[in-house]
Each structure stands twice: as structure tokens, then as C-alpha cells.
Write a protein that binds this ligand. Sequence first.
Ligand SMILES: [Zn+2]
Ligand SMILES: [Zn+2]
Ligand SMILES: [Zn+2]
Length: 354
Amino acid sequence: MQLQQPSLERSREPNKRHHQEENHKDGDNASQSSFFDCAELVLPWLTPLELANTSLTCKSLHRISKSITTLRSSDASRTFENLPIPFLNSIDTQPYAFFLYTPAQIPSSSASPQRQSWGSSSSSHEPNWVAPFGAEMLRLVGGGGCGCRDYCGDGDGRCPCSRLHGLEDVVSECGPSCGCGSECGNRSTQRGVSVKMKIVRDEKKGWCLCADELIPRGRFVCEYAGELLTTNEARRRHQKYDELALGGRFSSALLVVREHLPSRKACLRLNIDATRIGNVARFINHSCDGGNLSTVLVRSSGALLPHLCFFASNDIKEGEELTFSYGGVRLRSKRSRCFCGSSSCFGWLPSEQT
Ligand SMILES: [Zn+2]
Ligand SMILES: [Zn+2]
Ligand SMILES: [Zn+2]
């Protein structure tokens, strides 16, 4: 393909005749470099399609787009996690999957963000620990936290926050109502990803989340982060995703979790949609044998809603794919084939009518 010089560069030529030759050259370089500075600021905000189209306009933009693509495939988390989580693909030409990143669950709203910068060469890997879309908004006013002075222990029951159990499969941590800080030992699921992982392309399953180091049994792996939906909104999106799936090559990541409250009569339903905005957990596939991850609801003092978290259910080897049993949690009405490959494979992904 013939690459064209952008009109911006060509239109420079006739102006500033009255300047000396040297000055003319300097001015030209300056405007060129500000053009590229500007491109380097703007291009990371583009979708893959927009980026591809932009890269066709001139050699320099092609070069910038290419480096953005490389940076994007080197970290799915857009620097929001402590460690980069790269995409690896030896199957086809797709360099990365495109979605907006949030390290923690966020309330869904009609004003949800449309764009987020990704692949800027200036973004260092300083974990960007400010939740991007207002994750801290879901606070319980007046929720009692702990008054521990310096130390809350590490979930050993020393701090009242870690003793709020009484519910099966629910873990309690310190939270927004507590006096302790983010370094508190009783907040192990609140600091994002702390194990090395990678996202590997598989011929049948698509993208798969894999361990990139040994993960010992019991270790926190990641939260299932995404937009929190009302049940009506979840049903509406579910229908939309089914329609999109008919066109092929679309996979949704909408999870429904039920928490039975102590009274046993009430049941809290969490609808977490990581399809458009989510974290790396959206790449965890189902396994009919239960997989190597267990799901746990984590409540923290003063937070309105629990978080769905994944812990290693056995020692996970480096390179091993991370999986769990969707069981009844995933929202799907159209049945899809299962490619988990386990000896107990049922052949189809679990489905649930909502
Ligand atoms: Zn604490
Ligand atoms: Zn405490
Ligand atoms: Zn506490």
C-alpha cells in the first residue's frame, strides 16, 4: 500500500517566506514535532479500528500506531494493576482484546465512559491505583468499621472486621469505614492483581487467562470486576448480547451471583458485566471439572456490596490456564459448546434463564 504524506506537512511549505532559511527550518521542525506530540496524545484514545484507519494516513502515524499496538498487547490492564498482564497470540493476527479497564467493580450508569487512554508511550508502569470510574462510590453510610490503631492482623481474627463471618463462602475484610489504610493486612483482595498472569490465545476457546508463575493454593488471584447492573438492565443486555453472538465472534462476560443472606429468606443478586468495562477476570474460562479457582464473596466494612473474588483452589503451575466452574452463575440462554477439555467435560457451557 502506498502511504501518503499528510496534507498538514505539505501545507507548511509556502509560508514564512520572509524568515531566514534557518528560522524557516526550525519552525517547520517545531510544528512537525508538535504535530507528533499531539498524535501521541490522541492516538491512545482510539479504538483498534480507528487506530488502523489512522495508521494508513502516513508513515509517521503508522509508526506511532504500531508502537501503541505493541504497548497495548504488553499490558491488558492499561497500567491499572501492579503487574503488566500481556497478550500472547501464536494462533492468528489479533494482537489484543479491546475493552475498557477497571480494577474494581463500578456502578453502571448511562454516563459510563466511552473512552480510556491505552498504549501511551509516556505512561510508566506506576500502578495507577486511583479507580478510574468512581469505584469508591458504593459506600454504606454509617457502616461500622474497626478502630484498630496500627495493625488489623492478616485475617486472623484479631480485628473485628475479619470476624464478621457466619456466612458460607463469604470473607470479611476491612473497608471504607475503617481507620486503617490500604496497606492493612486484612484487605488482601483490595490491592488488585499481585500474581503474574498472561492472556494466551487458543484456537477453540479464544483468549485464556493463564498463570505466569506458580500460584500456591489459597492465594488471592483477582476480583471479577465490571459494571454492576440492576437485574432489569442485566436482562436487557443479555438479550442484546445474544443477538450480537448470532453474528459470530462475540463473547459476553456477564456474571450473575446470588448471595443468600443470613435470614435465608432473602437473596442478594449481583449482576456483574465485564463485557465492555472489566478486568482480566473476563478472560477466565469455564471448566466442567470445577477448574483451579474457587469463587468467594468478599464483604468489606462499610461497602454496600460484596466483591466476587477468585482464590487458587490448588497449587497452580506456571503456564497453567486459570479456570472455574461457571455453574449456575453465568447468564446465558443460548447454549454454547464447551472446550474445557477436562475428562468430565459436559460438552456445553452451563446456562441459566433469567
Ligand atoms: Zn484494617
Ligand atoms: Zn481492624
Ligand atoms: Zn477494619
